[in-house]
Design a protein around this ligand. Structure first.
Ligand code: SAM
Length: 359
């Protein structure tokens, strides 16, 4: 059983006087050895999930592994408040399914209060969203990504056994009703499974202010599923969408959380369409992010096994914490690879699932 996290004690954000090294870091932001500015952290709060998507969870996987070593919300907040002083501006709460961990709205309140963090978002499968959306919004969440891979309830049970399509759809409606904006729909493309629904997904943007993001299947998670020729390149999804009307390029500004997607709008649509091809349209050169697993490892790259353990730094007394955090962050910046290894060394991508690292 997980226990609720304690609220942040007063004075949590005070750090020791900046060292010379930290002053240098602040001036230049957090840059890796390829000159990429790292200003975005995805934070997994649990590796548990309440559904088991076929591409994500291998059959042999019991569903979680990190239960006993979760970072507390205060530790996550400590880390983010230090990194925010060095240029971190964007944070996404994810998992596993973040909303299965108790009191996520409390974490939203803590993170949204950190000076410098001007973009806070959450990724969810939407199932628990109706229960928490008001508290999330009230506590400072502005935008959200909800995963949905099919518009057909019967197919949903095949792709994501355990969950119910209707619950996800209610989650999407609750996000729109609560006024979260933008509401993005993450749709993982799977040949032979949902490639026939691409236009239906695109039509959602005509009817609703929804921003659909088609995501190419990546060799991470259930590699057996990946190997069975389920990849459907985003380029083909784009061609299918173009049959609905000329795709007009959209510059995805900060307001909608500019990410790796190539974004377009069908004329007259309320929402946008984005295409994210990690393998066919490698965007590593513009990578601006790192990931923090629920058990406290910083992963400079999703498609690489390298990681840095942040827990020792987060357990130090406040006067030693900032320099220890930044020392480890420097290590992570120094080893962040130029690109993912999804294509060249596929088996290496199996070291941990996306669920475990933080999607
Ligand atoms: N539970 C949350 C959710 O459903 O969005 C957050 C975690 S989930 C791992 C984050 C995203 O990763 C989801 O959109 C999911 O579809 C995607 N994902 C997981 N495994 C993937 C894979 N092998 N290829 C592409 N996307 C994947």
């Amino acid at each position: 059983m997980q226990t609720p996290d304690a609220p942040s004690p007063a004075g949590l954000y005070t750090t020791n006087a900046p060292s010379e090294q930290n002053v240098r870091l602040r001036e230049r932001g957090m840059r890796d050895r390829f000159g990429r500015l790292i200003e975005y952290l995805r934070i997994s709060v649990t590796d548990r999930c309440n559904i088991r998507c076929v591409y994500c969870v291998p059959e042999s996987d019991k569903g979680y592994e990190q239960d006993r070593n979760l970072l507390e919300y205060t530790q996550i907040t400590d880390l983010v408040s230090v990194l925010a002083q060095h240029g971190l501006r964007r944070v996404r709460i994810t998992g596993g399914e973040p909303l299965v961990r108790p009191n996520v709205p409390d974490l939203v309140a803590l993170l949204s209060a950190i000076p410098g963090v001007d973009d806070l978002s959450l990724s969810t499968n939407g199932i628990l969203l109706p229960r928490y959306v008001k508290a999330l919004k009230d506590n400072g969440l502005r935008r959200i990504n909800i995963s949905l891979d099919t518009l057909q309830p019967a197919k949903f049970r095949r792709v994501s056994p355990v969950g119910k399509w209707e619950d996800v759809w209610q989650g999407i409606e609750s996000a729109l009703e609560a006024g979260l904006s933008p509401v993005k729909i993450n749709c993982v493309l799977m040949r032979g499974i949902n490639d026939d629904e691409v236009q239906e997904f695109a039509r959602l943007t005509l009817r609703y202010p929804l921003h659909v993001r088609f995501i190419e299947l990546m060799p991470i998670g259930n590699l057996e599923f990946y190997k069975k020729e389920h990849v459907f390149p985003v380029g083909m999804a784009k061609t299918a969408c173009a049959q609905l009307g000329e795709l007009m390029p959209v510059v995805e500004g900060e307001a909608v959380g500019g990410g790796p997607a190539d974004v377009f709008r069908v004329p007259g649509a309320q929402g946008t369409l984005g295409f994210i091809g990690a393998c066919s349209a490698n965007f590593c050169a513009r990578c601006n992010r790192m990931r923090l697993s629920a058990d406290g490892y910083l992963y400079p790259c999703l498609g690489h096994g390298i990681r840095v353990d942040m827990k020792p730094a987060l357990s130090l007394p406040p006067d030693q914490r900032e320099s220890a955090i930044m020392q480890r962050m420097e290590q992570a910046l120094a080893v962040k690879p130029e690109g993912h290894q999804f294509i060249s060394v596929i088996p290496h991508a199996a070291f941990r699932t996306m669920r475990a690292i933080g999607g």
